[in-house]
Design a protein around this ligand. Structure first.
Ligand code: SF4
Length: 482
């Protein structure tokens, strides 16, 4: 019997998208490797859709990791000049097969679509489409975008996108593909990331273009980061090369600050900075904000690694591995039974008594949501003989739910909700606790707060109408099989 275990109680990644137009290349294989690089953004399902110019769209998608869903044979069957791909961690909609992406729709036009984000007006749009007898196969808000585009009367897909985009509210970094073109578009606030890459032409031939949630996907397939897709921009990759139009320009920018802290891979580049460097700076600032008498700095692997390095450097303290992490524990595993379950986290982290015993520790991690994992970590260190445990967290306290595509706990489950920092420290059994200030996060990244969303820390939601209790916008659409 399989059970799902979240080894972190932190916020969970949502989705990764990729799209490419490259007739001279094996687009399915390039998409496969790009999805491999984006695997951290979603482990529930993976999918690739391809097409030859003017020919049918072929799609393969299933639950599981990229390496489980695809093999050499399936990749060989995905022929074409253009492709899109998706890795998913479900946010809106359940994690059934029907919700795996890319979604393929065959209405007025045939298209495949992959989406990262969360629509906050999904209920209204779904009711409108159902009123027009548009059938749905999935419970995901992504299919609402796909249905709006597939039923749109415009001649070209980019024209349909330009018309539909202003009607969507919420977070959407999306790639959509017809038999002719890949179109990438991003919500006017730019909540979730989306970048453009270029593959230089073979033997002096034409350059090819691709888009991805994070620039780390480009590194793996030999592409170079060109620039981000701008908020409200529609980018078309086709035989005409790369074309762009801005559909919505007057909205407040609100890029998710949590991408810098936690979601994105450390080798991705955002806001002009490689995140590994920004996260080390977060550690330096953490130390500046809250120094403490201590002997050694240890990260919670791997989420605290970069910040711990920065903190240790700033503190002039040695850094060591206080935990050994089992890298082969995946999200889905065989139920260990009552006795072993009590040991919970030891499946993933084992403290090194030789490093921690008798030591005053500074323990660095990137976030605390419910606090269960952190409490166990502190307890394990004490059992291993730690003299003192001082927690330093490279994010501010999380007190509010996210309505823009990140799966967090409810407000009531968040340990920092309604508690002071001292009360949280007492709850988790730490000798001291300090969270990085919001100003410290922005200083580390070198970015201006007014262009970001930090609602889960500050409660200041950048889109009006999303301040209410968690779950208000959660969709429970009836499952309709066409
Ligand atoms: S609420 Fe938090 S996780 Fe959600 S988009 Fe804003 S900063 Fe990101």
């Amino acid at each position: 019997m399989e059970h799902r275990l979240d080894h972190r109680d932190g916020p969970r990644d949502e989705c990764g998208v990729f799209g490419i137009y490259a007739p001279e290349h094996d687009v399915a294989r390039l998409t496969y490797f790009a999805l491999y690089a984006l695997q951290h953004r979603g482990q529930e399902s993976a999918g690739i859709a391809t097409a030859h110019r003017g020919a049918n769209i072929i799609a393969i998608r299933d639950q599981g990791l990229v390496s489980q869903v695809f093999d050499d044979n399936t990749l060989r069957s995905l022929v074409g000049d253009l492709a899109i791909g998706h890795v998913r961690y479900s946010t809106t909609g359940s994690s059934e097969w029907e919700n795996a992406q890319p979604i393929v729709r065959d209405d007025r036009r045939t298209l495949a679509l992959a989406h990262n984000g969360n629509l906050i007006n999904a209920v209204e749009l779904h009711a409108e489409l159902r009123g027009a007898d548009v059938p749905f196969r999935s419970t995901s808000d992504s299919e609402i975008i796909a249905a709006l585009l597939a039923t749109h009367p415009a001649q070209r897909i980019d024209e349909a996108v330009a018309d539909v985009l202003p009607r969507l509210r919420g977070a959407f970094s999306t790639v959509v593909m017809t038999e002719e073109a890949v179109v990438a578009f991003r919500d006017p606030h730019g909540l979730r990331p989306l970048a453009i890459g270029v593959i230089e032409g073979l033997g002096g031939g034409e350059d090819s273009y691709c888009v991805a949630s994070e620039s780390c996907a480009f590194d793996l397939i030999g592409a170079h980061y060109l620039r981000d897709v701008e908020p409200g921009e529609v980018v078309t990759l086709s035989a005409a090369g790369l074309r762009s139009r801005r559909v919505a320009t007057d909205q407040r920018r609100a890029f998710c600050v949590f991408e810098y802290i936690y979601f994105a891979r450390p080798d991705s580049r955002m806001a002009g900075t490689v995140l590994q460097v920004a996260r080390a700076r977060m550690g330096e600032i953490l130390w500046r904000e809250a120094p403490v008498d201590a002997d050694v700095v240890i990260p919670v692997p791997d989420s605290g690694n970069a910040a711990a390095r920065g903190l240790a450097r700033a503190a002039g303290l040695p850094q060591d591995d206080g935990f050994i992490k089992n890298r082969y524990v995946t999200r889905t595993f065989i139920q260990p039974g009552q006795e072993l379950r009590r040991q919970g986290l030891r499946l993933k982290f084992n403290p090194l008594r030789e490093v921690v015993a008798g030591q005053r520790l500074v323990v660095v991690d990137d976030s605390i949501v419910r606090g269960n994992t952190t409490r166990q970590i502190v307890q394990m260190l004490r059992e291993a003989g730690a003299a003192e445990v001082h927690l330093r967290i490279s994010a501010p306290p999380i007190k509010h739910p996210c309505h823009y595509g990140i799966d967090m706990s409810t407000r009531e489950e968040m340990i920092a909700h309604g508690r002071s920092v001292e009360e949280v420290a007492a709850e988790i059994g730490a000798d001291s606790l300090h969270y990085l200030s919001l100003a410290g996060v922005y200083e580390a990244v070198g970015a201006a707060r007014e262009h970001h969303c930090d609602a889960c820390f500050s409660g200041e939601y950048p889109l009006s109408g999303t301040e209410d209790a968690a779950g208000k916008y959660a969709l429970e659409l009836p499952l309709v099989r066409a």
